[in-house]
Design a protein around this ligand. Structure first.
Ligand code: PGA
Length: 256
């Protein structure tokens, strides 16, 4: 396993968290300060308002901090947006792009997601590019077609294991308590691995593939044991340090 393939356990706080929540971030930062962190990379993506303070809290912790979206431009007249350079300026190292909630709420298209990922990379950030089918698409048997299209159009040319992470997040599994079956996750991840290999050659094997959608302390061990699942993107269960750390702890068994 190359360094780039160290599994990544990422938390996405979405539009949750105020200064009161800094105690949870501190508890997560302290809770991952142990030898397991050499094998598992951890990341938390709080709202942008907490980025700078969060990175300061993680000064002496292996917990990385990232943002939940960025603008594709460098700076300028884009009210309400933040640039990748601003995230880097707050010592963030990752940014999520193309989350289905951004695609749904803000109309982010594959082309825009690709531009955002490229902007993130230009600022030195690793982009976590989210893909995944809706319930309708799943029922129509279109899951793999959707993944092919989204990966083709959302991932920038020249993507590497350092610049890019892909998160498979079935839209119907997000925040619903539903998860795909083990064979379904396996099939989706094997398919994405092949797509990346075909497009990027050997480097395509270094791009980590996360699973996201109702991952929690109860199902984490099973999901992280699936072939080509190189980590998790966790929403609801990342808000409480106890849950985040329980999922992190699941990796102990995997690597025992
Ligand atoms: P969830 O969200 O874990 O709450 O389902 C995952 C995500 O949207 O990244």
């Amino acid at each position: 396993m190359t360094t780039a393939m160290r599994p990544l356990m990422a938390g996405n706080w979405k539009m949750n968290g105020t200064r009161d929540s800094l105690t949870e971030i501190k508890a997560i930062a302290d809770g991952v300060k142990n030898p397991l962190s050499e094998k598992i990379e951890t990341l938390l993506c709080p709202p942008a308002t907490l980025l700078y303070v969060a990175t300061a809290l993680c000064d002496d912790s292996p917990l990385a901090i990232g943002a939940q979206d960025c603008h594709q431009g460098v700076s300028g007249a884009h009210t309400g947006d933040i640039s990748a350079a601003m995230i880097a300026d707050c010592f963030g190292t990752y940014v999520i792009v193309g989350h289905s909630e951004r695609r749904r709420d803000h109309g982010d298209t594959n082309e825009l997601v690709r531009a955002k990922a490229a902007a993130a990379n230009a600022a030195g950030l690793t982009a976590i590019i989210c893909v995944g089918e809706t319930d309708e698409e799943r029922k129509a048997g279109e899951t793999l077609d959707v993944l092919r299209r989204q990966i083709f159009a959302s991932v920038p040319e020249g993507a590497t294991g350092e610049t890019t992470v892909i998160a498979y997040e079935p839209v119907w599994a997000i925040g619903t308590g539903k998860t795909p079956t083990r064979p379904d996750i396996e099939a989706a991840h094997a398919f994405m691995r092949l797509e990346l290999f075909e497009r990027f050659g050997a480097e395509g094997k270094n791009i980590r593939l996360l699973y996201g959608g109702s991952a929690n302390p109860r199902n984490a061990s099973e999901i992280i044991g699936i072939a080509d699942v190189n980590g998790l993107l966790v929403g609801g269960a990342s808000l409480k340090a106890a849950d985040f750390l329980a999922i992190y702890g699941a990796y102990e068994q995997l690597h025992a």
